[in-house]
Every structure is written in C-alpha cells, then in structure tokens.
Design a protein around this ligand. Structure first.
Ligand SMILES: [Zn+2]
Length: 85
C-alpha cells in the first residue's frame, strides 16, 4: 500500500468501516510510514473531540453531518477550529 491509498482509507479506518484485508494492509503501511501513522493519530483524536462536542451540545443532525464532511476533507484544520474557536 502507498501513502495515497492509506490516505483514502484513513477516515473509514477511524470509523472501523474497512474490510479485514484492507485493515491489515493499512496497519502494515502505518507500521512502516511515520507520516501516515501521525495522520491516523490526528484523525482518531479529531473523531474523539467531535464525539464529545456532539454529546455535550446535542448538535442538530445537519451540523453533525457538516462536521463529519469537514473531517473527511481536512482533518488537521477541523481539529484546530474545534480547539480554538
Ligand atoms: Zn504513508
């Protein structure tokens, strides 16, 4: 697996929505690639932050959907927005 494929699988992997075979390949790539490993850690952290926020504020479904879409497209930026807004 290369970084491009790992990047595509990243958000599905955070949600546990990839197949067993894909996950094996993905984790193998992470074990060899520091950049993707850090990216994956960030994605997991962001997902936790979003989850906490949704529970705390009981955000309407439309907002949740928007946040989820932002997460898919730009994990790092979303995380900063959520932390510092
Ligand atoms: Zn990589």
């Amino acid at each position: 697996m290369d970084c491009k494929t790992a990047c595509v699988l990243m958000s599905a992997a955070v949600d546990g929505e990839i197949s067993f075979t894909e996950e094996q390949d993905f984790l193998l790539h992470l074990s060899q690639c520091k950049r993707c490993r850090e990216e994956f850690d960030d994605a997991k952290k962001t997902k936790m932050i979003i989850k906490e926020r949704i529970i705390r504020f009981r955000a309407p479904q439309a907002l949740i959907t928007t946040i989820m879409q932002l997460t898919d497209f730009n994990t790092r930026e979303t995380e900063e927005t959520l932390l510092y807004e």
